[in-house]
Design a protein around this ligand. Structure first.
Ligand code: SF4
Length: 338
């Protein structure tokens, strides 16, 4: 099987990622040595070919960990990731390297992810060299120049260094590096949140254009609902390492059923529609993944919580075509969208 086999391009099942802080993998949380950080808890979803699945949630909810675990940049604790029907979690190092040609990532901070001592030509062309996909220097240069032009830069930029570019241009360099191997799937990890607002729309538009031109599939991670609403075919809402609502973008953003999704939407005036959705104010901070609350993890902040929410975890329940929400009120068929 491979990237052209039938079925979803990416299939994630029961993915779990726990960090033992004694190993120092989660530097900012190491104050209490030996504590298990439950970063991802039983996450399952598909991404169809040519689709953009938007992943939204507050900072620290596990979105980036999920993106990296799907690509095995973070090794999952358990669960399965399939790409084109092939079990990515079972690949050895050589097979994983080969698979990485097809699965790439665009990082949030373009400057931090670009080597300041390398030219654009070296940064963007490096994956071609590592995979032995250029027969000589001329071919390497030509392929690099072509992709650099594809993302809106000029061949004259090839011999410049990252510090000579604006934030938006640096992100274009990061995008070129992700595209040079002609991948099928890209994890876009908050690709515009480090950029000036005036530049964000340009980069979002570029990613949309490239997706269409190159037949790409995206897992698009953002905390910005407006961005997610613009780019996504389907949306998954994440809270403390779990997907609490998932469905077609229009259904999730217009007819959200989970109180957490409703609270995220309530905080965005321009896409809030009074009268069509209950206003759910988001109280307090995200609890620590070191000691997540029992039952529904959202119960410490949910204005609709009842006794059962404090002890029993709700299961995803169908609330519409391809639309699920994990909430006891939904399970009990209480109408949340007033
Ligand atoms: Fe709120 Fe309870 Fe639903 Fe969780 S299960 S979102 S606490 S009402």
């Amino acid at each position: 099987m491979g990237a052209h086999s039938p079925g979803p391009l990416v299939r994630v099942r029961n993915l779990v990622k726990h960090y033992d802080t004694r190993r120092g993998l989660f530097g900012r949380l190491t104050g209490r040595a030996g504590v298990l950080v439950k970063a991802l808890n039983d996450v399952s979803f598909d991404v169809g070919r040519g689709e953009t699945l938007g992943l939204i949630g507050e900072s620290g909810c596990g979105k980036s960990t999920l993106g990296r675990a799907v690509l095995r940049l973070h090794e999952p604790t358990s669960g399965r990731v399939e790409f084109g029907g092939e079990d990515v979690t079972a690949l050895d190092a050589d097979a994983l390297k080969e698979m990485r040609r097809k699965m790439q990532i665009i990082f949030q901070d373009p400057y931090a992810s670009l080597n300041p001592r390398r030219t654009v030509a070296e940064i963007v062309g490096l994956p071609l060299k590592l995979h032995g996909l250029a027969r000589n220097r001329r071919e390497l240069r030509d392929k690099t120049a072509a992709i650099v032009e594809n993302v809106g830069l000029k061949t004259a930029h090839l011999d410049r260094f990252p510090h000579q570019f604006s934030g938006g241009q640096r992100q274009r360099i990061g995008i070129a590096r992700a595209l040079i191997l002609n991948p099928d799937f890209i994890v876009c990890d908050e690709p515009v949140s480090a950029l000036d607002v005036s530049i964000q729309a340009q980069i979002v538009q570029l990613l949309s254009d490239l997706k269409r031109e190159m037949g790409l599939t995206y897992l698009f991670i953002s905390h910005d609902i407006a961005v997610i609403g613009y780019v996504s075919d389907r949306v998954a809402v994440m809270y403390l390492g779990e997907i609490v609502e998932m469905g077609p973008a229009e259904a999730v953003l217009e007819r959200a059923r989970h109180p957490y999704t409703q609270s995220l939407l309530s905080a965005v005036p321009e896409i809030d529609r009074p009268g069509r959705r209950r206003h759910v104010a988001l109280r307090g901070d995200l609890p620590s993944p070191l000691s997540p609350p029992p039952g529904c993890k959202f119960h410490t902040r949910c204005p609709l919580a009842t006794d059962i929410c404090r002890t029993v975890a709700p299961k995803p329940t169908a609330v519409g075509p391809d639309h699920t929400a994990a909430c006891h009120l939904v399970e009990n068929n209480v109408e949340l969208a007033s």
